[in-house]
Design a protein around this ligand. Structure first.
Ligand SMILES: [Zn+2]
Ligand SMILES: [Zn+2]
Length: 252
């Protein structure tokens, strides 16, 4: 299952990274596979403990690391890069994209630097990705949200994630749908996300939405299988200890 592969790929990448840098304080805190509404798919690893100078020193090795990681998950990148934290000298993530045709055209003329605070590893034609199911997961959820809201709602991005603690899940960045619409159709949304999660090897223990700060607009919908440690924390707090979450399902 892709989620197990993602968990394994995360720890393998972390191991290689620690061996490379000799740094015990270097971690891959989370790894994701994602699909965007334009048709781009990609792979991400969030990194802790590396600075800009490390990225410069290990440029080629980091390129290989993220591209191997991506290819092992069935995503053949046409672009790969290191993304720094905005305005800082800390590395935020390593990322590889299999660009859709329109993004390929758009980025072709921008001198290879389509995003700020990034260090580009490569940009070429890439290959034919093997894992494209995630595009279907994105559009399937979007379709459901449009039926529920009876107007164009959007799933901007759909991710499968695996965290260092062992938590896994799926999460969607959404626009054009509101909390009350989700609540009225909570059962249907939980059912849909549970089915999608099961397809990638995740049995969700919690399903929740997040909001655009200070509004009723939904920012994200997630289904998560919590690891043992996080589960204990959640149970102690009874719900997830964040005030901006709306729980749709919580396995007792
Ligand atoms: Zn695209
Ligand atoms: Zn966890």
């Amino acid at each position: 299952m892709i989620t197990q592969e993602l968990l394994d790929a995360r720890s393998k990448l972390e191991e290689r990274l620690q061996k490379l840098t000799g740094g015990a304080g270097v971690f891959a805190s989370e790894s994701d596979i994602f699909a965007m509404s334009c048709g781009c798919i990609g792979a991400i690893s969030y990194i802790q403990g590396l600075q800009l100078e490390d990225v410069e020193v290990y440029h080629d090795e980091l390129k290989n690391l993220i591209e191997d990681f991506s290819r092992n998950l069935g995503i053949f990148p046409s672009v790969s890069y290191a993304q720094m934290k905005p305005g800082k000298f800390d590395l935020e993530r390593l990322q590889a994209h299999d660009l859709c045709d329109s993004c390929k055209k758009e980025y072709a003329g921008c001198g290879g630097k389509p995003w700020p605070d990034m260090i580009l590893f490569k940009m070429d034609e890439g290959g034919e990705s093997a894992f494209t199911d995630i595009l279907r997961f994105r559009s399937g959820l979007e379709e459901l949200l449009r039926v529920i809201s009876k107007r164009p709602a959007y799933v901007m991005q759909f991710n499968i994630f695996a965290r260092i603690c062992g938590c896994v899940g799926v999460t969607a960045v959404v626009r054009g749908i509101f909390g009350d619409e989700i609540q009225r159709n909570a059962e249907e949304i939980v059912e849909h996300l549970t089915r999608t999660s099961e397809e990638v090897g995740i049995e969700p223990t919690v399903v929740y939405t997040t909001f655009v700060h200070g509004t009723e607009a939904v920012a994200g919908i997630s289904a998560q299988a919590t690891c043992k440690a996080c589960r204990t924390t959640y149970e102690e707090y009874e719900v997830i200890p964040r005030p901006d979450l709306d729980i749709l399902y919580f396995e007792k």
